[in-house]
Design a protein around this ligand. Structure first.
Ligand code: ATP
Length: 309
């Protein structure tokens, strides 16, 4: 079951598909994810993320294609991989009337983790002050921490997390990010994490795959994605149409876009702000903003998955 070679993929799918009647929820996805890698699986609501994850875990049967996890081909109902895989697929499947400690102790016994594992994971997930609280009374964020604790208690080699940031506040997201980074870098744990919010995972993952309408539309190292976010000069001016015409005529600037908020965005000549200001002001236009900025990653992601609604 252990991959023979450290370079062997931890997750591998070929032509993975799941159709529900006419709905092609997942439509031929090939994934190859290595040891110690944190992979972000991104897509809008309904893109096919959860369905893919359920097939990775053998919870539902693919319509077509194959999955291998840690070198083992996955068939529905297969339990053998769970000793080495931790997963979070839905919030709060904990027993609501049992305490945090009791819930974790049940999970510890199910996964044959050692006695000290409960205290250790409570500390790791910052659940110390809630350990004697009943799970059902926890805030959404702390329920999510408990779900993560249950996924990680047996120190799995692979963590599959569906929208793990759900309910966490920004500080909680940073904390979980640091913990996952540590597990990947220091313990070689592979993390597969889904999200519909790119900035939420952009600082965590090594690579992203963007899924749209059941297909993997793009896959790239996160560094490449950061490089793709374009810099621009934003101009807020009293008469944007005239301003765009003037910049074209006088300064030869062509790559000008009109943002929905009314501002102009220039994608070249970013170093020519004094000339730009002069042309506009000399023409009697009222210039209220002239500043460089960077397109956020979210904009890029939305562009790739345009027309989803
Ligand atoms: P979300 O972020 O909203 O969870 P997702 O990317 O996880 O979205 P999926 O839950 O995988 O998306 O759903 C993909 C598509 O498959 C959707 O159109 C959904 O309605 C459909 N679907 C999922 N499960 C079923 C099912 N059991 N029966 C019919 N259609 C389904």
């Amino acid at each position: 079951m252990v991959p023979n070679n450290p370079d062997d993929p931890i997750i591998e799918t070929r032509g993975l598909a799941k159709h529900f009647g006419d709905v092609r929820a997942v439509d031929g996805i090939d994934l190859t994810i290595g040891r110690g890698e944190i992979y972000g699986f991104l897509g809008r609501n309904g893109a096919g993320k959860t369905t893919t994850i359920r097939m990775l875990l053998g919870l539902i049967r693919p319509t077509a294609g194959q999955v291998a996890i840690l070198g083992t081909p996955i068939q529905p109902g297969q339990q053998s991989i769970f000793a080495r895989v931790g997963f979070l697929v839905e919030t709060a499947t904990a027993y609501p009337n049992l305490t945090v400690t009791e819930n974790l102790d049940i999970q510890r016994r199910l996964t044959s983790a050692p006695g000290g594992a409960v205290a250790e994971i409570i500390t790791q997930l910052g659940l110390g002050q809630y350990q004697d609280r009943r799970a059902g009374t926890l805030s959404l964020g702390n329920k999510q921490r408990l779900s993560l604790a249950r996924a990680m208690i047996h120190k799995p080699d692979l963590l599959i997390l569906d929208e793990p940031a759900n309910g966490l506040d920004p500080a909680g997201i940073v904390e979980i990010r640091l913990l996952l980074r540590h597990l990947a870098d220091d313990n070689g744990v592979t993390v597969f994490v889904s999200s519909h919010i790119l900035p939420e995972v952009a600082n965590l993952v090594d690579r992203i795959g963007i899924v749209h309408a059941g297909k993997l539309v793009e896959e790239m190292p996160i560094a490449d994605l950061h490089a793709k976010s374009r810099s621009f000069l934003e101009i807020v001016v009293s008469d944007p149409d005239r301003a765009a015409a003037l910049l074209g005529d006088r300064l030869g600037m062509e790559t000008i876009e009109r943002h929905p908020n009314g501002a102009l965005r220039l994608f070249d000549g970013l170093d020519r702000t004094p000339e730009i200001a002069k042309v506009l002001v000399d023409a009697g236009l009222d210039l209220s903003r002239l500043a460089t900025d960077e397109e956020d990653l979210e904009a890029y992601f939305l562009k790739l998955t345009e027309g989803a609604y």
